[in-house]
Design a protein around this ligand. Structure first.
Ligand code: OOG
Ligand code: NI
Length: 470
């Protein structure tokens, strides 16, 4: 193709994600081990594919190529300017902000969205996502710490000039880049999301911020907005977790999210703890001193079906109930006991696809089967009838988003306790409008994309079968 031809956003997203993966492997060598473990576990799971859990994933839209490419990253931004510029970067690779996540409930002075592709076809090609948090300085109690953080953020420039130029070029070209511009864009963007070992903050400022809240140093003290993890998707997180432990990785005690089920829903996640990395702190006299920073970690996840608002309510209620039961246990129950309580509580969540569909707890993609061609289709029939006669099949739709409580658990397990965690936040409340104001546009509704996909599939089936659909 000619140098001046535009690159397709889906292709550019894959180039971008691959570049990030290569970069992260160099920066955090353990990520390479993690990828190897996940690949082995996935291959094994696919061989044992008679288990309903894997069959469900295999029968869903999870093509093997997609699974191989699938990653999510996370970044922590300091200002509305940074967020707006990141939004422009992601727009070029077909990623839009979906959903709002309040992390203040977990004593983190931040809120977030997820940038990801939103159409079924783009998700199929490469569902790359980035969990993007923004600092909420107004939630910080300590004025001095807040001022220091804001000064450091205002002083740095995490985007190079060349990258900013290319963003303007893309704006003029309808949010697209040419064959010639694209590799430069990817290369320059990696500088924004890569590790820069020279801090913006002095060691003293770093220490003071860290004492106030350990997350502040990761948000404010560096010259880039380094991705703090890059997560592959596994088909069997329990097996992957066991293998991580066996290889001596420092794995988090418990897996976040729902218990293991025949019909997986939402997502289950676990991580190994952050490593110490050396950094150079600038001195006021222009020289540098050595130091360490601990933020980046490895994470894996197993994705299940997207749930409807009713399904989500049931999930939240049961998780709440399990947590309450755990907190009421005499002594402090170990992780095995906690998992047992979680599993027992979730017996109340139906665990076969038929019931999940009939009770409208999960979103499905409806498809006409081969049987549709040689059957007489009654015009006056129901979806249930067509399903039970095998003319239609219902495939659960994959959950493409995140869970705020799981995110909080992942955050906390990697922070370590600062002196004053628990007292450094003023109060906890969501502020979606505030996030949208900083972002400069509205967040997409998380449910709508699943509902649309389900409705579209029903409409397609009706037209294929030649029956009316209202
Ligand atoms: C983001 C943590 C959230 C997830 O998978 O839930 C997240 C962060 O640590 O910055 O990535
Ligand atoms: Ni994550």
């Amino acid at each position: 193709a000619s140098k001046n031809a535009y690159v397709d956003a889906d292709e550019l997203r894959t180039a971008f994600a691959l570049a990030m993966s290569a970069m992260y492997k160099k920066e955090v060598p353990l990520y390479g081990n993690l990828m190897r473990i996940v690949r082995t576990v996935n291959d094994e799971a696919l061989v044992r594919s008679s288990t309903p859990r894997v069959t469900a994933l295999k029968n869903g839209d999870v093509a093997a190529e997609r699974l191989d490419l699938e990653r999510h990253g996370a970044i922590r931004l300091g200002s509305p300017y940074e967020l707006r510029t990141v939004r422009r970067i992601f727009a070029i690779i077909g990623m839009r902000p979906v959903g709002y996540y309040d992390l203040s409930e977990a004593e983190l002075p931040m809120h977030a969205t997820c940038f990801r592709p939103t159409t079924t076809s783009a998700l199929k090609k490469n569902p790359f996502r980035v969990f993007t948090t923004l600092l909420r300085p107004e939630l910080l109690k300590d004025i001095a710490a807040r001022d220091t953080a804001l000064e450091l953020i205002a002083k740095r420039d995490i985007f190079g000039e060349l990258l900013l130029d290319l963003l303007n070029v893309a704006d003029r070209q309808g949010c697209r880049l040419t064959q010639e511009q694209s590799p430069i864009f990817v290369r320059e963007a990696m500088k924004t999301f890569g590790w820069r070992p020279v801090a913006v903050a002095t060691k003293d400022a770093y220490q003071k911020l860290k004492e106030e809240h350990p997350i502040l140093v990761d948000i404010a003290c560096f010259q880039s907005s380094h991705i703090n993890h890059l997560t592959p998707r596994t088909l069997d997180i329990s097996a992957a977790q066991a293998r991580m432990k066996a290889e001596g990785l420092n794995v988090k005690e418990r897996i976040e999210g729902p218990p293991p089920r025949d019909c997986p829903i939402l997502l289950r996640q676990t991580s190994f703890l952050a490593l110490e990395e050396s950094i150079l702190f600038p001195r006021l006299n222009g020289t540098f001193e050595n130091g360490y920073h601990k933020a980046r970690f490895g994470e894996i996840e197993e994705r299940g079906a997207a749930v409807t608002p009713a399904g989500r309510q049931l999930y939240d209620r049961l998780l709440d109930e399990a947590m309450r039961r755990i907190s009421q246990c005499p002594g402090s129950p170990g992780s095995a006991e906690q998992d047992r309580i979680l599993e027992e509580t979730f017996k109340q969540y139906p665990d076969d696809w038929d019931t999940l569909r009939r009770e409208k707890l999960v979103y499905f993609d409806f498809r006409a089967t081969a049987k549709a061609n040689d059957s007489n289709i009654p015009t006056n029939t129901t979806c249930d009838n067509l399903l039970s006669s095998g003319i239609l099949e219902a495939v659960p739709i994959t959950y493409e988003d995140f869970l705020p409580l799981s995110a909080a658990g992942i955050f906390q397990s990697n922070l370590g306790r600062g002196k004053r965690v628990g007292t450094s936040i003023r109060s906890a409340f969501p502020d979606k409008t505030g996030y949208e104001r900083a972002l400069g546009c509205a967040l997409m509704d998380l449910d709508k994309s699943y509902l649309d996909a389900q409705e579209d599939s029903l409409r397609r089936c009706a037209s294929e079968l030649g029956i009316a659909y209202d």
